[in-house]
Design a protein around this ligand. Sequence first.
Ligand code: NAD
Length: 442
Amino acid sequence: MTAERSGDEESRWSQRQGGERSEEDRVAAASEFDVERSQGAPAFDDAELEELIAEAGGGGEEDEEDEEDYYNEEPDELDEEGVPFDDYAFIEKICKEGYYTEEEARELVLERRHWPEWSYLRLDEEERIAGKRALVTGGAGFIGSHVAELLLERGYRVLVVDDLSSGRIENVPDGAMFEKMNLVDDVRAFQLAYHFCPDYVFHLAAQASVTVSVQSPFMDFFPNVVGTFNVLEGARSRNSRFVFASTGGALYGEDAPLPTNEDFPPDPLSPYGIGKLCCEIYTTHWARLYECPNTVLRLANVYGPRQNPHGEAGVVAIFSQALRNGEAPRIYGDGEQTRDYIHVRDVAAAFVAAAERPSPGVYNVGTGVQTSVNRLWELLQGVSGRSVTAQHMPPRMGELRRSALDATRMREAFGWEPKVGLEEGLAETYAYYTGGLPSAGR
Ligand SMILES: NC(=O)c1ccc[n+]([C@@H]2O[C@H](COP(=O)([O-])OP(=O)(O)OC[C@H]3O[C@@H](n4cnc5c(N)ncnc54)[C@H](O)[C@@H]3O)[C@@H](O)[C@H]2O)c1
């Protein structure tokens, strides 16, 4: 299967072997690529993609036996470092984008040679045309795992990417492919979009705690801002529909009218909110500048099974666990501070609706209803049939007093409606924490 290289290619390749590409070359290559993409051209046209699939080991016409052979077989011809000659064109292609030096690209190929994900390039014709490949970052986390689950139910082929920093492998639904990968440290993240060729990118990976962001802004900035930028660029390279999980609860300030709509100017109170706003601007600006089909969803306080108690709306998980253990939870201040609690299944439905009916823009995802912490505690005691006296603590600095989101724009654009009532959702969540509901998958 050795690819023949033309004389021209051979000499370009030899020149490269001779040394690092100059800064000038890299900038020129990157701008050439950017110009192509800013004119709406996808990273690969169909012929190029066919070529890549062929280079990676074939297309969809092989039978199962051939496919097995592909994984078991060593490539025929390797260069002195073990890089298959067949991968030279691929290396050249990714260097051209300017993200990789040749050395890095060769390392990438060496490392990945036996990984099953090379099979992402081996989608058969039907799958490529069906256009139902979704990449879900943060899919081992609370909300991302529900998004992945719904996509699978709807017949999508799903790749979950997560570094498991707060997510859990058990959350990744059966049937989804999984890659443990850090979107910041791992330069390979840029390549994901090429390997899997996603039609949709749902970006939910993040450091999701407001408190952590205040205590250690660095720990927020890198995953949330740099990580988002990396994924956004990956999505752009394939012209994938990008849906970004932003926040409504941590974005609008104290003076916002309630329920707040998207036109009210954001005034974030925390590094977490600042990072989300910054990424919203990248996302929406990229949509205009590069004509990318990008959408931002500003989520209210999401609750439900598989919730991480340290996230933005961890209170429902914390209260449920306290009730299960018969312990008194802490309520800060007078407990009359309000939030807009929305069930995670409604949020997953919002992500899928926003992707399937693309209408780039910024949308609130909430119920518009305010519920106080005291009321929430009362409701949870009701659904659990248990009664515990909460412990009242001094108010926390910088905590927003009231919050609720007006989701009219979301309703009108996508026909989306929240369906799960608060009591019903709390009962389900409590059952999950007391062992009544199974986790998603593995
Ligand atoms: N939970 C809420 O109420 C709420 C509200 C508004 C917005 N959001 C946003 O929704 C998204 C999902 O939140 P969640 O509550 O499911 O949080 P979560 O912590 O359960 O999920 C986040 C996932 O991202 C992964 N992750 C973190 N950093 C990563 C990195 N550098 N590389 C790869 N993976 C990484 C984590 O391991 C985790 O699985 C986040 O972007 C969050 O900011 C959540």
